[in-house]
Design a protein around this ligand. Structure first.
Ligand code: UD1
Ligand code: CA
Length: 448
């Protein structure tokens, strides 16, 4: 995302210490996945595109969340809020990150993952025109649960939380997204002036608006699209957000040149990369870390995660590509084939009913129906190597570690336990015996 979206020296304070009680979960709310990656990663990406520094407020015992933050944004500082006393208290926890050289501070919520960086950047542009505080709002037919923005002309007078709102205020459909921008010099003063004189005795960051107005500061609200500000407090809201995310991502891959025959049945991850002239049939699921090169066809009912698919390849129907699958150009993976941690070189075909795990397969190999790489001995995983031009007959078991040399043949129904030399034929099965007339005699014995 463009650096031009950053204006001045700006700090994003991301609040993510909440317990997310309404999720009824043992993991922090912001670690729940949307588009296959944790909520917090979406917010860090938006914050990273719109600010020069990030500070994240987390709760105690959220070790996985902390490592996720460090991986995603190594320069972000992490702050601990030990007691959940409200959003203003949480924001104050990050005060060490507030240095005097900052121009702007944005507070964002870790549970609002659909915000676009362009929209957040608009808060910076608005502050650039003079106001001291700018709140990003959205208009909705379903305002229940959100803080209401009470405005007069361009000015924002107050944010009223649902619990404190009068019946008249509850009819207001202009809501707080959670993104609040401040001129940095006012931030700590405002946060410190917020009290907890409300039924829940929480320190609400939203009270900063009324306090700023009392101090004669200028507070404005700008509006973004409702679809960007779904706050996730429950599993149902997580599902609603997933639907918005999927619709957006499907548009993105179609705009980049992929055909989705039934877009609503294709599920993508946030990091799915799809090339040009790729056709995706109905009912295909992409987990995280999938790259699909140009001119690939993915037939119906495939499940693909952490895989790279080379140009011109055909996958499925009913194929499962598991983590570590790497195919080169013009590979064919057919129906009821499972591939895991395997490199498959150009022009190779694995067309039917096969398991390829922990393998390296050369170019133009033909893997027959029902081939199994026996990669696991109950303790360790072992590798199968198949050289270029080899032909594996149907219903073969390749007991790893094992190598089938270049250009070698494996006879159908073989259980291969030792390496097969280049250009050799391996036959490892019982020799066939034909007993003339046996069947006729058998039938005669039992016929009534
Ligand atoms: C909040 C806003 C509301 C807004 C809505 C948008 C307040 C008081 N209310 O309500 O105006 O319309 O978001 O989605 O700000 N958190 C902490 N520590 C705390 C409390 C919260 O880190 O002590 C974090 C949570 O992890 C969450 C965020 O702050 O990421 C918002 O808290 P939440 O309880 O979800 O607020 P809402 O009720 O959704
Ligand atoms: Ca929330």
């Amino acid at each position: 995302m463009a650096g031009s979206e950053k204006s001045g020296e700006a700090l994003a304070i991301i609040l993510a210490a909440g317990l997310g009680k309404r999720m009824r979960s043992d993991i922090p709310k912001v670690m729940h996945p949307l588009g296959g990656i944790p909520l917090i990663r979406h917010v860090l990406a938006t914050a990273g595109a719109t600010t020069t520094r990030r500070a994240v407020v987390v709760g105690p015992g959220m070790d996985n969340l902390e490592s996720e933050i460090k991986n995603q944004d190594p320069t972000a500082t992490i702050h601990h809020q030990t007691e959940r006393l409200g959003t203003a208290h949480a924001a104050g926890t990050a005060r060490d990150a507030v240095s005097s050289d900052l121009d702007f501070i944005y507070v964002m919520f870790g549970d609002t993952p659909l915000m676009r960086s362009e929209t957040v950047a608009a808060v910076g542009s608005a502050l650039g025109e003079g106001p001291d505080v700018c709140v990003l709002g959205f208009r909705t037919e379903h305002p229940t649960g959100y803080g209401r923005l009470l405005t007069e002309g361009d000015r924002l007078l107050a944010i009223r939380e649902e619990a404190a709102a009068s019946e008249a205020e509850k009819t207001v459909r202009f809501c707080n997204s959670g993104v609040m921008g401040f001129r940095a010099e006012h931030f700590i003063d405002l946060v410190d002036a917020i009290g907890n004189d409300n039924p829940k005795q929480e320190f609400y960051l939203t009270d900063a608006v009324e306090i700023a107005n009392e101090r004669g500061l200028t507070v404005v609200a700008i509006a973004g699209d409702e679809s960007e500000f779904l706050g996730i407090n429950s599993r149902a809201q997580l599902a609603d957000a997933e639907a918005v995310f999927q619709a957006r991502k499907r548009r993105e891959v179609m705009n980049n040149g992929a055909t989705l025959i039934a877009p609503d049945t294709v599920f993508l991850a946030a990091d799915t990369e799809i090339g040009r002239d790729v056709t995706i049939a109905p009912h295909v699921v992409f987990g995280p870390k999938v790259r699909v090169a140009d001119n690939v066809t993915i037939n119906a009912y495939c499940h693909i995660e952490d895989a790279a698919i080379g140009a011109g390849s055909t996958i499925g129907p009913f194929a499962r590509l598991r983590p570590g699958t790497r195919t080169r150009e013009n590979v064919k993976i057919g129906n009821f084939v499972e591939v895991k941690n395997a490199k498959i070189d150009a022009g190779t075909k694995v067309n039917h009913l096969t398991y390829i795990g922990d393998a390296e397969i050369g170019e133009n190999v033909n893997v027959g129906a029902g081939t199994i790489t026996c990669n696991y001995d109950g303790f360790n995983k072992h590798e199968t190597v198949i050289g270029s031009g080899a032909f594996i007959g149907s219903n073969s078991a390749l007991v790893a570690p094992v190598t089938v040399g270049e250009g070698a043949y494996v006879g159908s129904g073989s259980t291969v336990t030792t390496d097969v030399p280049k250009d050799a034929l391996a036959v490892a099965r019982g020799r066939q015996a034909n007993k003339d007339g046996w069947a006729r005699a058998f039938r005669k014995r039992f016929a009534k």
